[in-house]
Design a protein around this ligand. Sequence first.
Ligand code: TUI
Length: 322
Amino acid sequence: MALSNNLTQLLKTEYPLLQGGMAWVADANLAAAVSNGGGLGVIAAANMPPNLLEKEIVKVRSLTDRPFGVNIMLLSPTADDALALVADYRVPVVTTGAGSPGKVLEKLKPLGAIVIPVIASVAHARRVEKQGADAVVAEGCEAGGHVGETTTMALVPQVVDAVSIPVIAAGGIADGRGVAAAFALGASGVQVGTRFLCALECQAHEAYKKAVLEAGDRSTVITGRPTGHPVRVIRNKLARKFEDLEKNLASVEELEALGSGRLRAAVVDGDADWGSLMAGQICGLVRSIDPAAAIIRGLFEEASVVIDRLGSLAPSRKERCK
Ligand code: TUI
């Protein structure tokens, strides 16, 4: 059952769902599978060299006629190149993360692109709305990768009350209950990352997927706080080493040196011990590898059942007034 609302109308998708722009993971294959499944697939520009990002944009267009997006990670040294490319290729939707997207909005809004910053606070949501953002992804700290401080449960309704543009909930959503909860909090849709790590079409190394499938509710930790770029990862030898160094007040340089190249090691080489296994707290709920389209259908079918059940469980107005 598709669902039409302000977000599906904005994105021109069947479902109000975006796939998270997971660095090294979210390539043209995954993005096309999500878009073909009725959501908005997103390619992560992350630290990709511009020629590689260009190839991925061309490739996604060969794999789907549906809308797709590119995520620009604003901390990346290649963010300006990614911005130039998405403008040249008229990418329909651009999400941003890990910084202030003023420059992105300035360049892309006059070209008619839809720009959706990922934000982690009410103040940032207000700021990007004033700068012309079309919607925001309010990402709670349950999410994987780079995170803010506030949980999805607390962040989403506060952002919903603070802005007039559509709010997309992210962080901790991997099944229909999570989707229903996002709507209950006032969101217009969801961004899902961790669940798509275990999509059939996701090219992440098998060892990475296995770590997600085997993870439980307390398997993730946040490391890197002293560097100013905290990231949520599945605990492994690398995360323990970070914890030790942080406890012993290691320098930022030492922490950054330890972190360098680790995400690629996990995603591409499958180094589950010393790679950075970025994943959200909801990884404990991910138990199978499924096609992206089936994941999306399942999320919304289950959400619809949950919402119906909640409707019938709620006391009628008459009963409440007795
Ligand atoms: O960006 C993400 N998640 C990411 S990026 C990434 S790659 C990376 N690797 C190593 C170190 C750091 C990143 C892996 N995961 N999510 C979106 C997001 N943005 N979450 C939180 C934020 C955020 C945080 C602070 C956005 C803006 C911000 O401050 C801006 C301001 O002006 O307030």
